[in-house]
Design a protein around this ligand. Structure first.
Ligand code: AMP
Length: 143
């Protein structure tokens, strides 16, 4: 198998098809944003394109542009919702680059002075906590 082929059974493709649940915070014609279930900090959010792409390198430029616009929109809301001092935004490509889910995604993390990030994929967050945080981000997006 071509190791760079897109696998439509990846977990984010399943979220896009509504086959598995996610705490969705934003959606438009080309992108979806939802809470990371193993957050590296309070408010850890992911933005993905609806178009299939394994990572940055195989994504259609128009899809990348839509993702970037959604990252900015969601990042503003996340910063407001968590009264953050700053934001960390990152995106991994291929296992050597730290990627574990092979549908393009951008991480958004609100940051507070002196508070370190938790370990990548450190542990599952409480579902009720994620639901409350998603509500806060949605409210900030509406505001
Ligand atoms: P990476 O591919 O290394 O950027 O990491 C994938 C990210 O997706 C990790 O931060 C995981 O915690 C997160 N993740 C994995 N499965 C799910 C899921 N079902 N819903 C939300 N986030 C997920």
């Amino acid at each position: 198998m071509n190791e760079t082929a897109y696998d439509p059974q990846n977990i984010f493709a399943k979220i896009l098809r509504g086959e598995i649940p996610a705490h969705r915070v934003y959606e438009d014609a080309h992108t979806l944003a939802f809470m990371d279930v193993m957050p590296q900090g309070e408010g850890h959010t992911l933005v993905i394109p609806k178009a299939p792409a394994r990572g940055l390198l195989d994504a259609d430029p128009a899809s990348l542009a839509a993702v970037t616009a959604s990252v900015q929109r969601v990042a503003r809301a996340v910063k407001a919702a968590f009264s953050a001092d700053g934001l960390t935004i990152f995106q991994y490509n291929e296992p050597a680059g730290g990627q574990t889910v092979f549908h393009l995604h951008v991480h958004i993390l609100p940051r507070h002075e002196g508070v370190p990030l938790k370990r990548h994929e450190g542990g599952m967050a409480d579902d009720a906590v994620l639901a409350e945080q998603a509500g806060r981000i949605r409210a900030a997006l509406d505001g």
